[in-house]
Design a binder for this molecule. Structure first.
Ligand code: HEM
Length: 275
């Protein structure tokens, strides 16, 4: 979305005739970002198998005998939360936040900012700044264990939801949604790459846009984790499945990349119940 479009968006919000677009704003802002984050987290986990194993061990050791992880379980999942923070640092859903416009003259660190100047906050670059982060190019959730850095807009080194009065109003819903989706995917299944695909083949190319999506779909093979009853996924509302577009779930083994592509071309993205 260009800066001009964003300003236009801010103007039409004032008019009643555009009220339906406010609802559309909320739906788009809430689904697109969450879907992108599920895909980026799963991408990093398949590339970093030790991290995937650690997060699955946490889930399966702490939560036993349940078919579905719910919100009450989330506070216990310290490592999963660190994985989510690390993904926000590495792949922020909105890498330039939403453009700001100065409404009056001001001076910042000796620079005079004129009214109507547009400001883009490069959250992506902040997340990879070597002056802030050790080994910024490495996916390392451990950096957040025991750290007070949070994404709630107070720590400017990690602001995937923005900061200040225009920060994301759906942050808490977005986080709960993301953590629940990831927790259940990782708890219920072991994830493997299709035959012939190596983790080095998984790219992190992105599509330009206000929300940063993975360019090439992620193809996985989900393997039943026997202790969990996968029928649980029947109860997810259809909207849940739609949100995960871009993350391809294939519930069969063995599976080649060709077969994965066959599913992809036919848009088979919904979870398939195993008999
Ligand atoms: C992981 C999930 C989410 C992420 C990463 C995310 C991220 C963001 C970011 C970066 C902004 C711009 C903030 C700024 O420029 O300072 C934003 C704005 C917004 N978000 Fe979210 N968001 C998420 C989930 C949600 C959800 C679930 C909803 C609503 C149900 C939502 C509704 C909005 C709205 C309405 C705005 C525009 C606020 C405004 O212009 O004042 N977001 N979000």
């Amino acid at each position: 979305m260009t800066a001009a479009m964003v300003i236009q968006r801010a103007q039409f919000r004032e008019h009643d005739q555009y009220r339906p677009y406010k609802e559309l704003d909320i739906i788009v802002a809430g689904t697109d970002t969450s879907a992108a984050m599920v895909v980026w987290t799963m991408t990093e986990l398949i590339k970093n198998s030790a991290v995937m194993r650690k997060v699955q061990d946490e889930l399966r050791n702490l939560i036993r005998g349940k078919n579905f992880i719910d919100e009450d379980d989330l506070p216990k999942l310290t490592y999963l939360k660190a994985v989510v923070k690390e993904t926000f640092r590495f792949h922020p859903a909105a890498p330039l936040l939403i453009v700001r416009e100065a409404i009056q003259n001001c001076s910042i660190q000796g620079y005079d900012i004129l009214p109507k100047s547009l400001l883009l906050v490069n959250v992506w670059a902040i997340g990879r700044d070597p002056e802030i982060w050790d080994n910024p190019e490495k996916f390392m959730p451990e950096r957040f264990l025991g750290s007070s850095v949070d994404f709630k807009g107070q720590d400017f080194e990690l602001i995937p939801f923005g900061a200040g009065r225009r920060m994301c109003p759906g942050m808490l819903l977005g986080i709960a949604n993301l953590e629940l989706a990831l927790a259940n995917l990782l708890y219920s299944f072991d994830w493997e790459l299709p035959i012939g695909v190596k983790k080095e083949d998984i790219d992190t190319d992105m599509i330009p846009g206000i929300a940063m999506h993975k360019k090439n779909p992620l193809c996985f093979v989900a393997k039943k984790f026997p202790q969990v009853n996968q029928r649980v996924f029947r109860f997810l509302p259809p909207a849940h499945s739609v949100q995960y577009s871009g993350l391809l779930w294939l519930i069969e083994r063995p599976c080649t990349l060709e077969r994965a592509r066959w599913f992809d071309q036919r848009k088979v993205r919904r979870f398939v119940q195993l008999s």
